[in-house]
Every structure is written in structure tokens, then in C-alpha cells.
Design a protein around this ligand. Sequence first.
Ligand code: IPE
Ligand code: IPE
Ligand code: MG
Ligand code: MG
Ligand code: MG
Length: 307
Amino acid sequence: MRHSTDAELKSRLAEWRSQVDATLEASLPLASTEPRAIHEAMRYAVLGGGKRIRPILALAAAEACAADTKPLLKAVAALELIHTYSLVHDDLPAIDNDDLRRGRKTTHVVFGEAMGILTGDALLTEAFSWLAEPIEGLEAGRQLWAVSAVARAVDSTGMIGGQVADIESERAQERSSDRQALVERLDFIHRNKTGKLITAAVVLGGLLAGASRWSIQLLTQYGQAVGLAFQIVDDLLDQEETAETLGKTAGKDAAQGKLTYPSLVGTEPARQRVQELLQVAAAKADMIGGRVNYLGGIARYICERRS
Ligand code: IPE
Ligand code: IPE
Ligand code: MG
Ligand code: MG
Ligand code: MG
């Protein structure tokens, strides 16, 4: 095994991203499908940019486990549908009330709140239809295991549980001085609202690649470290970057009294925590192997990104 060079990583990220984009473009219902309003809104939400990091993580995991990734594209692209649904709903007036996403107006601002809710519902449903499509050469029992792992990651004990705790914890720092309890709560929020889907992405890649239980365990540990780091970086960027760079509103966590790493532990300790998690992720990536291993490089990219 050797690590990807910076140039290899850059070109691989671009290649995987364009494969995912092409799959999404070709597989989503056409905008002309009736009823048009929902299909236009679904395509608007999904095809308007985004880093595509969850499908990319799944592809990198599958490749590290020696799979041919082409037959897996539609299944891993389903992760982007789930992620986009979570963003469309996260931006709704009742949740974070945001009007900017991926450099454009949010889905509910363009199509109306009812259509924003229904677009999220439709994307989530579409995702499980894609995940359940038979994949040639893959044993059905293993695919069922994979579909169930993704569902569990985003259910009320996973991503939705994290979103619930996130909104319940608004202004928590004004209400409580129990710092230890707040840190535990924050850890719960981040591991669930963001970490679980990211972990499911690498686990999905491994399961579809037919990886051993040992490899799946390493991928899980890698995903948990990267997933938590991802949300701490999101918190830091919200505080440090402009809306122009982020393509979404900046400084809104402080405005909404969100519980975040920089607000609770401070900016430097938050950065330090990201570095520690990166070390964990890199060590796990090394143990997973692969001819050329991109997982370590992707973890670094996630921790060093500016948008
Ligand atoms: C933003 O996710 C929401 C979080 C879970 C932090 P991304 O930073 O992956 O957003 P896109 O998909 O690139 O727009
Ligand atoms: C969103 O977290 C997490 C999910 C959508 C599950 P944030 O609320 O921090 O994401 P942004 O900053 O709006 O992208
Ligand atoms: Mg939110
Ligand atoms: Mg938000
Ligand atoms: Mg955020």
C-alpha cells in the first residue's frame, strides 16, 4: 500500500465527483415528469453543486477494499440524495431558516415551503429505491445489510436524533453552566447529525465491495473520526469564512445560539481536536490498505477545506 500523492488525490477527487454528478444527473427523474413542480425542485436541490464528499468516501472505501467501483455508482449516489434531503429540511424556516445554500437560494425559498418539505421526503424515498436496486455480482443478503446500515444511520437514533438534539440545544449555553454536560451533548449532536451518515458512507463502500468484518470495523472507526472532524470544521468555517466562500450563510451558529465546538471549547482547542481526529483517521486508513489508499488524503482534505 502507498498513500496517494497530492496530485493523484486532486485528480481522483475530481474524477469521482464528476462520476457522481453524471450519475445523479442521469438517474433523477426528468424535470418534465409529472408533477413537474416536485421534479424540478428535486433536481434544483441536488444538481446545484456540493462537494459530493459522502459518495466519494464510499467510492474510496470500496476501492481500498479492491472493488470495481463503476457498478456501485448509483448506490453510492443515493447517499447524496439523503444528504441533500437533510440540507433542504435543515434550511426550512422551522429548523435553521436559511435562504442560501451551495451559492443559490434554498429550495423552499425558490419553490415554497410545502415543496421544500415534499422535496426532502421525495429525495429520501428515491435514495432507498436506488440503494435497493440489484447490483450484478453482489450477494443480496450483503446488499440488504448495506441498506439497513444506511437506514439506521439516518433514523431517529442517528442523523434525525442529532438534528433533534441540535434544535433542542439552541441557547443551551445561556441556560446551563454545566460545561461537562454541554460537551457531552455537543459530542452527541455532532456524532449523530453528521458523523453517522459519513460513517455509513464508508461502511456502505466496504459492504458493497465485499470487505471482511475486520475491514468494516476499521472503516467504521475511520468514519467516526472523520465524521466528527467534518462537523467541527463546519462549525469553525461558519465562524471564520464569508458567505461568498461557503455558499451558505456565515456566522449563523452564533446568531442562533447553536452549541458548537468553537463556542463551547474555544477556537484553538477545536482546531486541536480536528488534528487529533485526523491522526486517528489516518492511522485507520493505513490499516485498511488498498493498492493506492485515498482515505488518508480525503480525511486531510476534509480537515483542511475552507468551504
Ligand atoms: C454541510 O455538508 C452540512 C453538514 C453536515 C455539515 P457539506 O459541507 O458536505 O455540504 P455540501 O454537500 O458540500 O454542500
Ligand atoms: C446540518 O448541520 C446537519 C444536517 C443537515 C444533518 P448544520 O446546520 O451545521 O449545516 P449547515 O451549516 O447549515 O450546512
Ligand atoms: Mg442545522
Ligand atoms: Mg444549518
Ligand atoms: Mg453548520
